[in-house]
Design a protein. Sequence first.
Length: 317
Amino acid sequence: MSNYKSVRLTHGGGIRAEDATKESQYPRYAPRRRKRRRMIRALTLGIAAVADWNPMRPSGTGDESIVLVSEREYEDLDGARAESPVPKRVALIQRIGLGRCGWFCLFSTQDLAEVDDFTREFRAASEVPLIEAGHAIPETGRVMGIAETAYKNVKRSRGAAGFNPEFIVAGFDEADRPALFQLGESGRAELRAVPGYATTGSGAAHAGPQLYWHNLQPNDPLHEAIYKCWSAKLHSEKIVGPTTDVAVMIPDHEQPIEVGAAVRLTVESALAALEAPVFAPRRPREPQRWREDLEQRVEDMLQETRAADEERWKNLR
């Protein structure tokens, strides 16, 4: 063994032997200490998924719906947007028009002005005023073309480096069939009919495998799709709860239906038990009959919405 009398730091950051015995003729270095990287756990994520879709069923006769999962980083206060104390990319929902129930975009961006510009360009397309005046809703391919044109126009006006949001556009076509497509940096719209869901944001890479593990399918019942999307957001962000908004789009309804407190409580109680680490101390027990309760509460939510819509139409006649 070599005995060292003194050491000094070298330019490389290691420790070099200054005076070693004759047995050791070569300089020796202590291993460098690697800096520990800080893990960022608060990721942004938006999910859109088709539910209750049966292509063999006549269009407009089923209960087709679209689940939208977003964040609550910005809230509307008297018409103004209030920023969260934690600035980051956000995933939110915004209506862009077209048809009775409208098409909505789920976006991931750090600048809300980018989304406002995209919405303005989308609605400025020549087809949109005709559609909202009562003409037939175009097929999904035509809506994708309008979105591509709007994206390219905004990117050209703002500059390539000043416009890089991600969009998921969801809605119902002329036959009340649910449709999803995605817009990214390339500006090209990509249809998400298969696998029937789309993700956006920095947490998308983590949510995708979780949705695949849950085997999320377009024909899943609505309550199952809500749970699977919620679970994927939990695993990717670890911050579900008050920062998560879940809404449901159905044909002939103007706005997405926000999931109420009863559904939220059922899902979060089940997630707390089923998604907890196996050997976690004080792991919560799985709630009894939570699946049946979730299905019933989602159905109650839809029935209340449809009853309110019927009452509103009666008052307008």
